[in-house]
Design a binder for this molecule. Structure first.
Ligand SMILES: Nc1ncnc2c1ncn2[C@@H]1O[C@H](COP(=O)(O)OP(=O)(O)OP(=O)(O)O)[C@@H](O)[C@H]1O
Ligand SMILES: [Mg+2]
Length: 295
């Protein structure tokens, strides 16, 4: 075979395998449900809190937003679910898309209708209502009583503790039960995506694990997509597929959860494995070098 013919066939076979690889990659890449593009959030017209945050959440995955106090995790979730107005905050730059639709101007109830429900920080339950009454408040968008009953049974199947405590006033249940009640109430609306703010807050490690196990179950069995804000980096990385680390209103690092869990800087700053005083990413030059490697 002449040299140029061999060369041509080699080139076309490389092109074919590249095409196949691209197709394969496309098939393997799940659809993106949520896209946050460079958003800026200002509270009270003057306090700039989010300074260009971008993230995306693929369908059927658990994505974690990590970071310490005041990093901007809750603000990011509030921006997505349009709960900023009540806090005198607004998105002043960037865009937020749910399955390709711009959602910045939708109300929280429009979002519930599109399958997006937020479980707020601090496990807000109605203290004077029973666990079951609390759960029923989450089903207000459902059309039939049969659907309400079906969803209630589903919540009880995932949270057997709630079934036992169904008649107890929420105020007299434990922190873990209240967190479960808050998540259960969100599930009553049959969401496809749950924004979960700091589920570990104030709970004993064993209960945190129990809550995350249920999140994993819901993700795998009900295909619920989760965006979880967490200070508990260790636990979140154990259960999430992907993580974004925030500091002072910016995403400073992101990656597959397993890569983040093995990253030296993450171990040192967030998993308490480095010894010595905890630093922050912005103080460390080596972080920038590593970030280039990860990009
Ligand atoms: N309603 C508000 N008005 C003014 N500033 C606010 C308001 N809510 C939050 N902030 C400020 O925005 C910044 C980010 O807060 P945010 O609650 O988003 O952080 P976070 O990462 O959720 O922290 P935490 O882990 O403590 O919950 C903080 O500096 C906070 O003081
Ligand atoms: Mg918060």
């Amino acid at each position: 075979m002449p040299d140029e013919v061999r060369h041509d066939s080699l080139i076309s076979s490389i092109a074919r395998s590249a095409e196949n690889w691209r197709k394969q990659k496309f098939m393997d890449t799940p659809k993106i449900v949520l896209n946050v593009n460079g958003i800026e959030v200002i509270y009270n017209h003057v306090i700039l809190v989010l300074k260009g945050v971008s993230l995306s959440v693929p369908e059927g995955k658990i994505v974690a937003i990590l970071g310490g106090n005041g990093a901007g995790k809750t603000t990011t979730l509030r921006a997505v679910s349009n709960l900023l107005k009540g806090e005198r905050g607004e998105v002043t730059k960037g865009s937020i898309e749910l399955r390709g639709e711009r959602i910045e101007n939708l109300s929280p109830s429009d979002l519930v209708q599109r399958g997006v429900v937020q479980v707020m920080e601090g496990r807000h339950c109605f203290a004077h209502l029973t666990i079951e009454e609390n759960l029923l408040t989450g089903g207000y968008t459902l059309k039939s009583k049969a659907e309400v009953a079906k969803n209630l049974e589903k919540v009880y199947a995932y949270f057997p503790r709630l079934k036992i405590r169904r008649a107890s006033q929420a105020a007299y249940t434990s922190g873990g039960e209240q967190q479960m009640c808050a998540i259960g109430r969100a599930l009553m609306a049959s969401p496809t995506m749950v924004l979960l703010d700091e589920p570990s807050m104030g709970l004993a490690p064993q209960i945190v694990e129990e809550v995350f196990e249920i999140v994993k179950d819901l993700n795998q069995k009900e295909q619920v997509t989760f965006l979880v804000a967490e200070q508990n980096t260790n636990m979140a990385l154990k259960y999430a597929d992907y993580g974004y680390i925030m500091e002072s209103g910016r995403v400073v690092m992101d990656g597959a959860a397993s890569d983040l869990a093995n990253n030296e800087d993450v171990k040192e700053f967030y998993l308490g494995m480095g010894g010595g005083e905890r630093k922050s990413f912005k103080d460390v030059k080596s972080y920038k070098r590593r970030k280039r490697w990860l990009a």
